[in-house]
Design a protein around this ligand. Structure first.
Ligand code: SF4
Ligand code: SF4
Length: 304
């Protein structure tokens, strides 16, 4: 089962929840066989789960997009490549062909439409993907290079790398996969959520938390059609708006984490929720079990 842990904005405790859920499952795996949980840090613009998990990395790859490179010996400056590029990433100006890598989506249209065959595709590196182990927990993360604008290709390649060959049959994989999504509701989050079984939305009980939760629900449930549940972090600090919204929308509140100074202190020191308050391990196990039941109920399938 693949669970994406997401939030409408940063700073809600998303990574705290994702890390603690993964550590709880790693300490006591819920299924037999190849059940070592996998943690995927898809927050490629600012991956920080490794600070808490301290994984030993054993493999690293550069990833990016294939962008056009022009062979000026063959180019006739016909302008066809610029005409077909939907992203304005290539321009023909007199006897010059300009490629703008930061706009290029690597779609290959220009190459396909270049009659003289003057375009070759070369890798434009956007970032890295890495994998390793944090004790019994398998770990992988993507990191976008500074100044690069596109996170989606890195997330896509990270997921393909770690979830293949199950990528096409990802829902039959019995292994727990905890995926830490980017904050917000833009394209990187959509790419993170694509293909998961459940989206766990972490929020706080404030008007700001409610506003961002609504947006996250619109993406996960309404646009992608995924089942969602909520974790309220810093429970007790704000108002009842999140509770009332969840009740009205029939969204289950699966866990409440009260504001606790010990957790905040541990977090600022690189500690984890379950490391500081081990009694939460059982609660995260129950959370995983409840999510499993919700997924099975929704699909009407057998337990995974
Ligand atoms: S389509 Fe090919 S030949 Fe025409 S301008 Fe572009 S690169 Fe040159
Ligand atoms: S690969 Fe696609 S996006 Fe990039 S320059 Fe060619 S047509 Fe434009």
């Amino acid at each position: 089962m693949i669970i994406a842990v997401a939030s409408g904005k940063g700073g809600t405790g998303k990574t705290t929840v994702a890390v603690s859920l993964a550590l709880s499952l790693a300490a006591d795996p819920p299924t037999q066989g190849n059940s070592s949980p996998l943690f995927l840090d898809c927050d490629v613009e600012e991956p920080n789960a490794a600070l808490f998990l301290n994984p030993a990395i054993f493999e690293r790859r550069e990833v990016g997009l294939m962008i056009p490179q022009i062979d000026l010996e063959r180019c006739t400056y016909c302008g066809r490549c610029a005409e077909v590029c939907q992203y304005h990433a290539i321009a023909v100006v007199g006897k010059k062909v300009l490629v703008f890598p930061e706009l290029c989506h690597g779609c290959g249209s220009c190459t396909l439409n270049c009659g003289p065959g003057a375009i070759q595709e070369v890798l434009h590196v956007l970032g890295t993907i890495e994998r390793g182990w944090a004790g019994p927990l398998e770990f992988a993360q993507g990191t976008m290079n500074v100044g690069e604008p596109m996170a989606v290709p890195i997330i896509r390649q990270l997921k393909r790398w770690m979830l293949a060959p199950a990528s096409d049959t990802v829902h039959t994989d019995r292994r727990p996969v905890i995926l830490d999504a980017s904050p917000g509701t833009a394209c990187p989050v959509v790419e993170s959520m694509r293909g998961v079984d459940f989206v766990l939305l972490v929020t706080e009980p404030t008007p700001f938390g409610l506003h961002d939760l609504r947006l996250a629900v619109e993406v996960a449930r309404d646009e992608l059609g995924l089942p969602v549940g909520v974790v309220i972090n810093r429970d007790g600090v704000g108002d009842r708006g999140v509770d009332e919204y969840c009740a009205a929308e029939s969204i289950p509140i699966l866990m409440r984490i009260p504001l606790d100074r010990r957790v905040a202190e541990a977090y600022s020191d690189g500690g984890t929720l379950v490391g500081t308050l081990p009694e939460y391990r059982e609660r995260f196990h129950s959370l995983y079990g409840t999510i499993g039941e919700l997924v099975v109920d929704r699909k009407g399938g057998r337990a995974r």
